[in-house]
Every structure is written in structure tokens, then in C-alpha cells.
Design a protein. Structure first.
Length: 482
């Protein structure tokens, strides 16, 4: 009997112990799950706050960039525009907040044609415009470009655009034809171009004869476009009736007229130059490959006016060259590296001519800097594949007929790389000029102009609304002073 009572008491104690342990375990599990829930909630809240802050930071970046874009647009209307000194609203809504920018524009001591734009974007609380949430700064360098008159002139070899090549800010006079393929463009919807095409590239064939170039029959249209190629602007093209395979490849853009059907474009005279006179005016003859007028590394060279450089000349590395007058080179000219070529202020508005008997090849990331009067340099290659013109003494003054047809696609000038040659002109006098980079160029002339690749060439022509066209050449963020 006593044994049975003891067994019953033991069973009750064990049952109570097990119930206690179960209760303790349940409490521990509940506390653990609660801690996990609070942690997840805290992380979610932190992630939400981080996402919101990133949104504000991105908004500040976009606002600062909007300040840059607006400032460049205003400069192209008025070169004396001084910036946005009072905050200008970019957006104002509950999602993004209240975004404003300020921008200052200052001159560059190192470049009379350059300006520095500093834009700062601020994002404030939508309901409290005194609570700053994010800020971001951007600095860009812009260069003003200008050349007199038309920026692009082509002979009977025409203008050939392929790939994603693009021409902006230019009036084009094309004596022959335009052939566009890939996704190439002329002009933009907001800045249309003026395009004149004379249709003077007949008779056709490999031996067109002495009458080349002449006006083509009315059945031969001078502009050939593929789908996804576009011309924006006012187009006067003799014998042209087609606006492209889809009927919309030639458009007026914001201010242009599109294709003016029935319009006749007269052929323009190619620029003529008396290079024999420049050769005769030479007062100094020196090696272009060694001696005081050659440079390696990061030196500086000043060329006197009316100098002749012998040999195949290379202006490269990080050298600086100062041009004080005309230069004649009896070989080829190569410009590459980070070289800087400056037109001396003493020349005023007189554009020096770098006359090259051979070919001209420009690449790298260098620049040709205009002087304080916005005067650049003119580079002319008088090379050709006509044997009658390439004597040991001089090049001939005229090439016509089949000889012109044969030399018009002979490449004599190539401008590539990330060049900055605002205000300067490149002329392939008897041959073809190839533009295969992206950058700023004052003007281009050749019997044929060939653009390929994915670059955008900005030509510097004078605008009716302003004296100079401004283009961004460098971009970098900066830390806003706290």
C-alpha cells in the first residue's frame, strides 16, 4: 500500500515537471520568434530608409545635370549668359521631393574659348523646403566653336555616312550626292541642319571622261537613305523626290522645312588656295623630325611664320606647339597623343595655313586651340593619286575629268580619336577626308567626305541666335562644400 502511494506521488511530480518544462520551452520559442520578427521589421525599415535616401541622391544627381544642360542651352542662345544664381525648380512632388539647382559659369584662364560650368542639385523634403535630403555637384568644361560660313563642303565624291555617324550643328553644301546607311544622322530634331545637294556627279562609271562632273539626269536622285537613317532640317536637293524607304527619313525637325521638292541646289565652288605662293614665301627651312622644331616628351616649340618643315612630321606626345604664321610641310603630317597646338594671339583674325604636300592624320586626345580672337588654323593636304600632279617640285593646280574621278576617293586627310579642333578647318584638296572619331571640328572640305563608326561630329558654325556654339568637352562630379 505504501509502495503504491509513493508511485502515485512520483508520477504526479514527474507530470508537473514536464508541464513546467513545456511552459518554459514555449516561452523561449515565443521570445525567439518575437526577436526574429523585430529584427526583420528593423531591417525592412532600414532598407526602406536606404532606398528612399538613394532616390533622393539620384534626384540630386539628375537635378545637377539638368542645371548643366539648361546652362549649355542658354549659352547657345547668349554667350554672355552667367548661370542660374537663384534656385531653379526641376521637380516638386511627393515621391521625389523638391528638387532645385543653381549654376555658375566662369571663364577659363588657360583657354580663352572655354568656360567652366558648376551646377549643384539639391533635394528637399516635399512638405518642408528647409529640410535638405541630398545634394550633388557637377563641373563641366565647355568650348565655344565658330568658323565663317558653311562648315561642310564636298565635291562630286559626295558625303558618305555609315554606322552610327552623326553630323550636328552644320550647314552642308554637297556638289555630288549623299549616301546614308546604318543609323547615321544629319542634324537633330531640336537643332536642324541646312543641306544643299547639287547632284553634280555624272557621267557615272569608272571612266566618266572630260565632262565629269556634270549635272545628272532627273532620274538620278542625289540622296540615298536606308531605314533608320535621318536628316533633320531644310533640304534642297536637285532631282530629289524621295524622303526615304519609309517616307519619313527626311524631316524638318523643330524649325526646318524637310525636303523642298522641286528645289534646285547650284554647285558651290570649292575653296581655292595658291599653295605655290606659300611655297615661294618660305623664309626658313628646317627639319621637321629633328632639331629645334621637333619635340619629344613634353617640350614646347614655336614655329616662325613662313617656315618649311622637311620630312614626315609628327606632332605628338604631350608637346605644345605655338603657330605664328603659315607652315609648309613637304612630307606627311601626323598629330596624335595629348599634344596641344595653339594659334598665336599675334595673328589676330588671320587664319594660318598648314599646307601639307602629303597626307594629314589626326588622332589621340589632343586639341588645337584658337587664339583670343577665336581664330583657328586651316590644314590643307594637296596630295592626290594623279601622277601628273605629284612631281618633285609642286602639285598641279587643276585636276578634272576621269583623273578627278580617280583621285576623289584617295584618302589624304583622316581625323579620328577624341579630337578637339574647334574653329579649325581640314581640307582634302584633291582627295577624300575621313572622319572616324567623335569630337568637335570647325569645318571639313574634300572631294569626298566619309564618316563612319559611332562618333558624333559637331561642326562649329556661327548661329543667328548667338555668336558661338558651346559643347561639353569634360565632365566630373565634385564635392559640395558643407
Amino acid at each position: 500500500m505504501i509502495k503504491q502511494n509513493l508511485l502515485k506521488r512520483f508520477e504526479r511530480i514527474r507530470s508537473n515537471d514536464e508541464s513546467g518544462w513545456f511552459l518554459v520551452s514555449t516561452i523561449i520559442i515565443v521570445l525567439f520568434l518575437t526577436a526574429i520578427g523585430l529584427t526583420v521589421l528593423a531591417l525592412s525599415s532600414s532598407e526602406f530608409q536606404f532606398s528612399r535616401q538613394q532616390l533622393y541622391i539620384q534626384g540630386a544627381e539628375l537635378t545637377a545635370e539638368a542645371g548643366i544642360e539648361q546652362s549649355v542651352a542658354q549659352l547657345n542662345q547668349n554667350s554672355g549668359f552667367g548661370g542660374y544664381t537663384t534656385p531653379t525648380v526641376f521637380f516638386n512632388n511627393a515621391t521625389q521631393g523638391y528638387g532645385v539647382f543653381t549654376a555658375t559659369i566662369s571663364s577659363m584662364p588657360s583657354n580663352a574659348n572655354g568656360k567652366l560650368i558648376t551646377s549643384t542639385g539639391y533635394v528637399y523634403n516635399y512638405n518642408d523646403h528647409s529640410q535638405l535630403l541630398a545634394e550633388h555637384g557637377v563641373e563641366v568644361t565647355v568650348i565655344g566653336t565658330s568658323t565663317p560660313g558653311v562648315s561642310v563642303i564636298s565635291g562630286p565624291g559626295g558625303l558618305i555616312l555609315s554606322g552610327s555617324a552623326a553630323i550636328t550643328n552644320s550647314t552642308l553644301d554637297i556638289n555630288g550626292y549623299i549616301d546614308m546607311s546604318g543609323r547615321s544622322t544629319i542634324g537633330t530634331p531640336s537643332v536642324p541642319s541646312t543641306v544643299n545637294v547639287a547632284d553634280y556627279w555624272c557621267p557615272q562609271g569608272s571612266d566618266p571622261g572630260s565632262t565629269y562632273p556634270s549635272l545628272c539626269p532627273s532620274t538620278i536622285q542625289p540622296i540615298s537613305l536606308e531605314a533608320d537613317t535621318y536628316i533633320y532640317g531644310t533640304v534642297c536637293a536637285t532631282n530629289q523626290t524621295s524622303t526615304g524607304p519609309n517616307g519619313n527619313e527626311i524631316q524638318g525637325g523643330s524649325t526646318g522645312k524637310g525636303l523642298e521638292v522641286g528645289c534646285t541646289a547650284s554647285p558651290v565652288s570649292m575653296t581655292t588656295y595658291n599653295w605655290q605662293a606659300q611655297e615661294s614665301a618660305v623664309t626658313t627651312t628646317a627639319s621637321g623630325t629633328s632639331g629645334q622644331y621637333a619635340c619629344s616628351g613634353s617640350g614646347s616649340v614655336t614655329f616662325p611664320a613662313n617656315i618649311e618643315l622637311t620630312g614626315n612630321v609628327v606632332w605628338g606626345n604631350s608637346c605644345n606647339y605655338d603657330i605664328t604664321g603659315n607652315i609648309y610641310i613637304d612630307g606627311n603630317l601626323t598629330i596624335d597623343g595629348a599634344t596641344q597646338i595653339k594659334v598665336d594671339n599675334s595673328l589676330g583674325t588671320t587664319m594660318p595655313v598648314i599646307l601639307v604636300k602629303g597626307t594629314i592624320n589626326v588622332g589621340g586626345s589632343g586639341s588645337i586651340i584658337e587664339n583670343s580672337d577665336n581664330t583657328g588654323a586651316e590644314f590643307i593636304s594637296i596630295d592626290s593619286n594623279d601622277s601628273a600632279c605629284n612631281t618633285s617640285t609642286s602639285s598641279c593646280s587643276t585636276i578634272t575629268g576621269t583623273a578627278l574621278y580617280n583621285t576623289q576617293t584617295f584618302n589624304t586627310v583622316t581625323v579620328g580619336g577624341a579630337f578637339q579642333v574647334q574653329g579649325s578647318i581640314f581640307d582634302a584638296y584633291w582627295g577624300e577626308i575621313t572622319l572616324d572619331g567623335s569630337g568637335i571640328i570647325g569645318g571639313a572640305e574634300g572631294q569626298t567626305i566619309n564618316m563612319s563608326g559611332s562618333g558624333t561630329i559637331t561642326f562649329g558654325t556661327e548661329l543667328n541666335s548667338g555668336s558661338t556654339t558651346w559643347n561639353i568637352t569634360s565632365y566630373e562630379p565634385y564635392n559640395v562644400p558643407g
